[in-house]
Design a protein around this ligand. Structure first.
Ligand SMILES: NC(=O)c1ccc[n+]([C@@H]2O[C@H](COP(=O)([O-])OP(=O)(O)OC[C@H]3O[C@@H](n4cnc5c(N)ncnc54)[C@H](O)[C@@H]3O)[C@@H](O)[C@H]2O)c1
Ligand SMILES: O=C(O)[C@H](O)[C@H](O)COP(=O)(O)O
Length: 350
């Protein structure tokens, strides 16, 4: 068997070589010709998986080791009996930790208390739930907007998008969709950007295109935290300069998240070819606990990982893609023994 794997897939050799010959390319360079003698395809978000890529190949399994799905034509795969698995939730905790780190830095630099602020979360799935849980542990008031969930689960606990946009801090965690009952392209756009004021902190760690950047760059906000951009890696320089933090789409790029994305697809591939799992794979991340002596939330989180460094690197926008492909090792909070009592994972969520 021959597998084509995006070379940004974490541990691709250690994890997938037991299935057969592994060949790799940067995700953006995987094309139909490179797949002609391959049986399986393992990607991240940089490969557009559709008819143009797969027609005439013998690919029978596609694994996407990330949470987003906007790079996958799922209906094409289904119609052509190509098995598909993705890693929903693999990096949700990483993104929630990124947002809390941003809020801790903003609270420190703008001299406010998080417990006195409201947080509007638009999209309350794997990321949004974890963020809601952590923010509440820090005393914040959260306003949750998620019409698809509201439709299924009832209105209790949810608010309108207009209400969520009135929060002190507004953060988006929806997929990027252009159709269906609740499309998210320009979810914050000409129809409602008037609800964003000069006191609003606005965060996009979901997908470029959910917030209309042509309007965003003209609006005065209190602060912009931007991890996901339209037209990556050729991001909007005006917005980049406006941002308190501008980062190169790395909110979900902890080592834990990258491993989990690969491990989730490994398990699905074992099921697909009915092969028993190699139990050693699960223990590939066994980092010993590290001690952080800092006493405040802000100092503790910056000791764990300094996102400010990521922001500074992409002040030179040309470094966007190369930096994310060679991103520094970042471990999630549970690897650390901290003086400050950090919001921990809620085991009921996982
Ligand atoms: N920056 C990063 O590194 C990073 C990492 C992980 C995920 N993401 C992005 O964030 C998105 C969310 O991630 P997730 O794991 O929470 O996905 P998820 O599918 O678990 O949650 C998405 C939630 O959005 C809701 N939703 C859909 N349309 C909506 C709308 N119009 N208004 C409000 N809510 C809506 C869904 O009902 C769902 O609850 C992903 O699709 C991906 O594009 C980015
Ligand atoms: O979709 C996701 O899970 C995230 O956006 C993730 O950061 C994508 O990772 P990439 O494919 O850009 O490495």
């Amino acid at each position: 068997m021959k597998l084509m794997i995006d070379d940004a897939v974490w541990g691709f050799n250690k994890i997938f070589s037991e299935f057969g010959e592994v060949v790799t390319l940067p995700g953006r360079e995987i094309n139909r010709e490179s797949l002609l003698d391959c049986d399986m395809l393992i990607v991240r978000s940089r490969t557009q998986v559709n008819q143009e890529l797969l027609e005439g190949t013998k690919i029978s399994f596609v694994g996407s080791t990330v949470a987003g799905l906007d790079h996958i034509d799922e209906s094409y795969l289904y119609k052509n009996n190509i098995a598909f698995s993705s890693a929903q939730g693999c990096n949700a905790n990483a993104v929630a930790e990124y947002v809390i780190s941003a809020l801790a830095n903003l609270a420190h630099d703008y001299c406010f208390k998080l417990a006195e602020k409201s947080l509007g979360i638009i999209g309350v799935g794997n990321v949004g739930r974890r963020l809601d849980f952590k923010a509440k542990q820090l005393g914040m008031t959260t306003l949750l907007n998620d019409p698809p969930r509201e439709e299924k689960e009832g209105a209790d606990g949810f608010v309108s998008i207009e209400n969520a946009l009135s929060a002190d801090i507004v953060t988006f965690h929806t997929p990027l969709t252009n159709n269906g009952p609740y499309p998210t392209h320009n979810l914050l756009g000409s129809q409602n950007f008037n609800l964003i004021t000069q006191d609003t902190i606005l965060i996009n760690a979901a997908r470029g295109g959910i917030i209309d950047e042509a309007i965003w760059e003209t609006i005065n906000t209190k602060a912009n935290i931007i991890d996901c951009w339209e037209n990556e890696p050729n991001i909007n320089p005006t917005l980049q300069k406006s941002a308190y933090w501008s980062t190169p789409h790395i909110a979900g790029h902890s080592i834990d998240a990258k491993f989990m994305g690969s491990f989730m697809i490994y398990k699905e591939l074992c099921k697909f070819i009915q092969k028993p799992m190699n139990s050693e794979i699960e223990t590939l991340i066994n980092r010993e606990s590290m001690v952080i002596e800092e006493k405040t939330l802000h100092a503790t989180l910056n000791s764990i990982y300094s996102f400010k460094d990521d922001d500074e690197v992409i002040s030179d926008i040309s470094k966007f893609e190369d930096y994310r492909r060679n991103y520094p090792e970042r471990f999630e909070w549970h690897h650390f023994k901290t003086q400050f009592d950090l919001p921990r994972k809620n085991i009921n969520q996982y």
